[in-house]
Design a protein around this ligand. Structure first.
Ligand SMILES: [Zn+2]
Length: 433
């Protein structure tokens, strides 16, 4: 007997629940069944690992990398406590070093671990996942906000908290345009710097108190999970504020803390933005009620994401493979050290299925593309550019490494082809010169 084909919310081969919002009716997003693209990706990745004879987790290479990053962190912290009193410049330089090492822990250790990609056992991943609590944010909230919401509903406004900066930034075309957004390409950068401190001391606590991430309800923490959150915050405040205070007994620890959190917030935010909020990535909006996406889950991830600087090995090492963000979204349970090798598998599958594979060749080009995105979304798309001085940088127009483009729309009920919208807007800006 032939079964009737039915839309199913599928993520990496398993069912995902519909998301209920705090206000009814619930948002129920469904991805259609895979039409062969996701199956080809999984087949290609399996063949790669079989050929290479490697596990999908990190192994010895990740242990070495972890040791290097932790040594960098430990040395920066120890030197800050030992020499921070000699001069403000020394203290500032060591604080910046400490913040960059802390971001390295976030990129390369906690991120993999909370995806279950760091070690071979769940216990090892859970233990290393606590590194996020150590550096200030709750791993419990992160696993729902990042693993479930962001990785399932990337660039879907209303579901992906990573593109929700409140009224301050317009990161998706479906978000309301406010007059001050016309300057967002300028003020976004310092704003990114305060996002870390907001994450540690506001977002986590508000999410837990409300039992919601944005409008999406998430399970209440158990007593043990709540104790972990509280202990993590206490440990973080101890090593960032209490210990320096006991050593220096100086009010200067406050501006140093702000400097470190600013550097950390800026670095973390920019790495995310370059992968998702550039003119080439596509956006959708979620609405209450039933909503069927136009593409399967895997194709959606590719269309909502862009790689950057794939040949910059030092950058890729530092950002934990997140410059291969498309590969990360397709294989989040695979350690990031395998992403460069999987990039060929993904690009070939995209080419075979006519799905655009977007990759900015350089970091500079990706930063310029994000600038363009902010600039374009700061205007409603119908008005003229405010001033020739605010033209997007020239290097933003460098060509992307792209596979075959399938012309057409990825839209569906309640969604928009926002990548095309932004590109059209930018074309109009270029033509106005
Ligand atoms: Zn992730």
């Amino acid at each position: 007997m032939r079964c009737a084909r039915r839309d199913t919310p599928v993520m990496r081969g398993r069912q995902i629940p519909a998301m209920t919002t705090g206000s009814s009716p619930a948002v129920r997003l469904r991805f259609p069944r895979d039409t062969g693209f996701h199956a080809d990706l999984k087949r290609g990745a399996a063949a790669h690992f079989e050929r290479a004879g490697l596990p999908r987790s990190g192994g010895a290479a990740m242990h070495l990398k972890t040791a290097i990053i932790l040594a960098w962190f430990g040395a920066s912290y120890a030197l800050l406590l030992a020499l921070g009193g000699t001069s403000g410049w020394v203290a500032s330089a060591l604080t910046v070093s400490l913040a960059l090492a802390t971001a390295g822990i976030g990129f390369s250790i906690m991120h993999d671990a909370n995806h279950g990609a760091y070690g071979r056992t769940a216990a090892a991943n859970r233990a290393w996942g606590l590194a996020l609590d150590f550096i200030g944010a709750s791993s419990h909230v992160w696993r729902f906000k990042h693993n479930t919401l962001h990785h399932t509903y990337a660039n879907i406004d209303g579901m992906d908290a990573d593109i929700d900066a409140g009224p301050f930034l317009r990161l998706a075309p479906s978000q309301p345009l406010r007059p001050f957004h016309r300057f967002q390409h300028l003020y976004a950068w310092p704003l990114y710097g305060v996002l870390a401190i907001k994450w540690w001391f506001v977002d986590d606590l508000v999410d837990l108190a409300r039992g919601r991430i944005g409008s999406v309800v998430f399970p209440r923490p158990t007593g043990r999970q709540l104790a972990t959150v509280v202990a993590g915050k206490a440990v973080f405040v101890t090593w960032t504020l209490l210990v320096p205070w006991l050593v220096f007994r100086s009010a200067w620890i406050a501006p140093l803390f702000l400097l470190g959190s600013f550097v950390l917030g800026l670095v973390l935010s920019i790495v995310f933005q370059l992968a998702h909020t550039v003119p080439e990535t596509e956006f959708h909006a979620a609405f209450p009620g039933e909503q069927r996406m136009a593409t399967g889950w895997a194709e959606h991830q590719v269309r909502a994401t862009a790689d950057f600087a794939p040949r910059n090995r030092l950058l890729g090492w530092y950002v934990g493979g997140l410059s291969f963000q498309i590969e990360h979204h397709l294989f989040p349970e695979v350690c990031h050290q395998h992403y460069p090798a999987l990039a060929g598998v993904v690009e070939a599958a995209c080419l075979a299925h006519g799905i655009p594979y977007r990759s900015h060749p350089t970091l500079r080009g990706a930063v310029a593309a994000h600038f363009q995105h902010l600039y374009a979304l700061g205007w409603n798309g119908s008005g003229p550019p405010p001033s020739p001085r605010a033209q997007p940088p020239q290097q933003a127009r460098e060509p992307l490494c792209a596979g075959a483009h399938r012309p057409g729309v990825i839209g569906g009920p309640g969604s928009t082809s926002q990548g095309d919208w932004v590109k059209g807007n930018l074309r109009s800006l270029s033509g106005a010169r």
